[in-house]
Design a protein around this ligand. Structure first.
Ligand code: GAL
Length: 657
């Protein structure tokens, strides 16, 4: 595998006279890939059927002529005005019933069959025209599914699609009534045509109803993506199909979309995310304002690697200040380089910067590019050039595959929907819970893989953690039974049936031969009323009362005598959401039992093992001496005293592994 760099480029934004020079400068910078086309529908088909592909062919020829490989985007995230006017009911509808109109992007409804046909048509025309172009190396389907919260739409198309989906699932209205528990509040229906969408109700809708709507909406994204992927594969043989996912976006099942991709990618904006999508307090945000959260990017690198059999990219990498967060600081010197190397440390094939030149017009004119609007190199350009030089030296020495990480986290999109539907306490958020586990494992210097709940492969992991799992897929129970390493389950795992009801045997609904524990009641806690645990630390937000079987032991107890952590052999159940220090001590204990080597790290320093190497990255503002972790002073890349924004790479033995 060649690790490569790329950039996002919009030839339609610039006079054609500039393209050749741009292409030459990209190649000179050391970029090999360029993504184009994903918003260009109004230029590709200015009127229905009046295709104008000549300019795109010239752009492709120019880029290819400079030796660049093109990722061609389908333009379906931005349907043109004429199309919307011909088919106004393709527009998405918000939960408040108002239509989300034309004038920005993503103004379409995944359920709308007519729009799906339009997308197939333009994808087919593009695939026929360019599928075998020697410059086209890959395709990107659409752009950022769910961006601007567009998975859920409450349109007429969604309603009729949902009714058909329910009919296929339940076969009879009686079965649906039974599964949902519709006898409650007289919600029973006698025809599928009586099912409404779960918005605009007086108070909350039935959680089982909302859950099915969330499943349906996710399936619509999968359907939409697959329709394009199938066409591209048929007409563009040998080219990879890619989609660019987003950060902290859980509205659709990325594993299911990923099954139809060759490569998963995602768009990484560390400073925007810290401001916009982090649960951390202001002190933390201040500390990392110019670096980004030390675990947020890594989390998504690891998660998306799991969604498409290991092949993944960063399709859009923040190169400087963005325009969309509450505050948009400039990255600290060195961070663009660090973010790029961190992606490679987690196994990325390509890191592609967004965007080539800053646009002086329209919505994103305040968003940096590698070039300023006047075409002079911006700060990010210099760091990209450094990464290109370093890659040229090191790439051949790095392994293609990361190899198994130390710990696996079971991840499940349906669990995110379930707890969004029924948080029970304001702070209960699936991402936040899983992220707490992830961060804590990284504080212990460990490398983490994510594993999907429905098709889990747990073999070889010293520790598997399963926080907040909605319901048990049979395959996961079997995998736990077969697993020889340690397993930590909970909180809240197995607390529902697939129909969104409380299991008859009570949560965590595990067979007695797996673990003898029952959750007899739960409570949620204000952030300022955590429950202290004997030996130190607290349970916060969510707390369970556990009934412990005769052959199961209590490991940790709250100060009021309620068991907090119980175990039988290698299997553990955690009855609450621990604060960070308590979680650290629980995970440290389990890792020690599992024989995993721990290296406790300060907040800003992180490690990632990749094949025969280990990477160290410093998000912090102070130097860190890797010799304290047993690293040698002679490293493949970087210095043992890791400067702020520093990157170091060592062979495993040189890093004391
Ligand atoms: C991404 C999107 C790009 C651009 C970028 C700005 O979410 O895919 O088109 O808008 O953000 O940061």
């Amino acid at each position: 595998m060649n690790r490569t760099l790329g950039v996002c480029y919009y030839p339609e934004h610039w006079p054609e006279t500039r393209w050749a020079d741009d292409a030459v400068r990209m190649a000179r910078l050391g970029l090999t890939h360029v993504r184009i086309g994903e918003f260009a529908w109004s230029r590709l088909e200015p009127r229905r059927g009046a295709y104008d592909f000549d300019w795109l062919r010239r752009a492709l020829d120019t880029l290819h002529g400079a030796g660049l490989k093109v990722v061609l985007g389908t333009p379906t995230a931005t349907p043109p005005k004429w199309l919307v006017d011909q088919m106004p009911d393709m527009l998405p509808v918000g939960a408040d019933g108002s239509v989300r109109g034309f004038g920005s992007r993503r103004h379409y409804d995944f359920s709308h069959d007519g729009y799906l046909e339009e997308c197939k048509r333009i994808t087919l025309e593009l695939a026929k025209a360019f599928g075998k172009h020697p410059g086209v190396a890959a395709w990107q389907t659409d752009n950022e599914y769910d961006c601007h919260n567009t998975t859920l739409s409450y349109s007429a198309a969604a309603r009729s699609g949902f009714r058909e989906w329910l009919q296929r699932k339940y076969q009879s209205p009686e079965a649906l009534n039974r599964s949902w528990g519709n006898v409650f509040w007289s919600m029973e229906i006698s025809e599928f045509s009586e099912v409404e969408l779960p918005n605009l109700t007086v108070t909350e809708a039935n959680p089982a109803h909302v859950m099915d709507f969330r499943r349906y909406a996710s399936d619509m994204v999968v359907r939409f993506n697959k329709a394009q992927a199938d066409i591209i594969r048929a007409h563009s043989p040998g080219r990879d199909v890619i989609h660019n996912f987003m950060g902290r976006t859980l509205a659709f099942d990325h594993f299911a979309v990923g099954a139809d991709l060759d490569i998963s990618s995602w768009d990484s904006y560390p400073l925007g995310f810290l401001e916009d999508r982090s649960d951390q307090d202001d002190a933390w945000k201040r500390q990392f304002a110019r670096a980004g959260d030390p675990d947020f990017q890594a989390f998504h690198h690891d998660l998306y690697r799991a969604t498409s059999k290991g092949r993944w990219w960063v399709m859009e990498q923040q190169p400087g200040p963005v325009n969309w967060a509450p505050h948009n600081p400039a990255p600290r010197d060195g961070m663009v380089r660090l973010w790029s190397w961190e992606a490679f440390a987690h196994g990325a094939e390509t890191v592609s910067y967004f965007r080539w030149r800053q646009a002086p017009f329209a919505q994103e004119q305040m968003h940096a590019g590698l070039l300023r609007p006047d075409s002079i190199e911006a700060e990010g350009h210099r760091e990209a050039a450094q990464v290109a030089r370093e890659l040229a030296k090191l790439d051949g020495e790095l392994d293609d595959k990361a190899g198994r990480a130390d710990v696996a986290i079971v991840f499940d999109y349906a669990s995110a929907w379930a707890w969004e539907i029924q948080p029970q306490g304001r702070e209960f958020d699936y991402f936040r819970l899983v992220f707490d586990f992830y961060r804590t494992l990284r504080r212990l210097g460990l490398s983490v893989d994510f594993v999907p709940a429905s098709t889990p492969s747990l073999e070889g992991y010293g520790l598997v953690v399963i926080p907040g799992l909605f319901t048990w897929p049979e395959a996961l129970i079997e995998a736990i039974k077969a697993h020889e390493g340690h397993v930590l389950i909970g909180p809240r795992s197995g607390s529902k049936t697939a129909d969104f009801a409380i299991p008859e045997i009570l949560p965590p609904a595990l067979p007695d031969d797996v673990l003898g524990v029952r959750v007899t009641r739960i409570e949620t806690l204000r952030a300022d009323t955590p429950v202290p645990v004997q030996g130190g630390g607290t349970i916060r937000f969510w707390r369970e009362y556990l009934e412990v079987g005769a052959d199961t032991g209590t490991v940790l107890t709250a100060e009021d005598g309620v068991p907090a952590l119980v175990a039988r052999g290698n299997r553990h159940y955690l009855g609450g959401w621990p604060d960070q220090d308590l979680l650290l001590s629980i995970l440290r204990g389990l890792c020690e039992q599992a024989g995993l080597a721990i290296r406790e790290l300060p907040d800003g320093v992180r490690l990632r093992r990749h094949g025969r190497h280990v990477f160290a990255l410093n998000y912090g503002a102070t130097p860190f001496d890797l010799a304290d972790l047993g690293w040698s002073r002679d490293l493949a890349v970087g210095e043992a005293v890791l400067a702020p924004s520093g990157v170091a790479v060592a062979g495993l033995t040189d890093a004391g592994y």
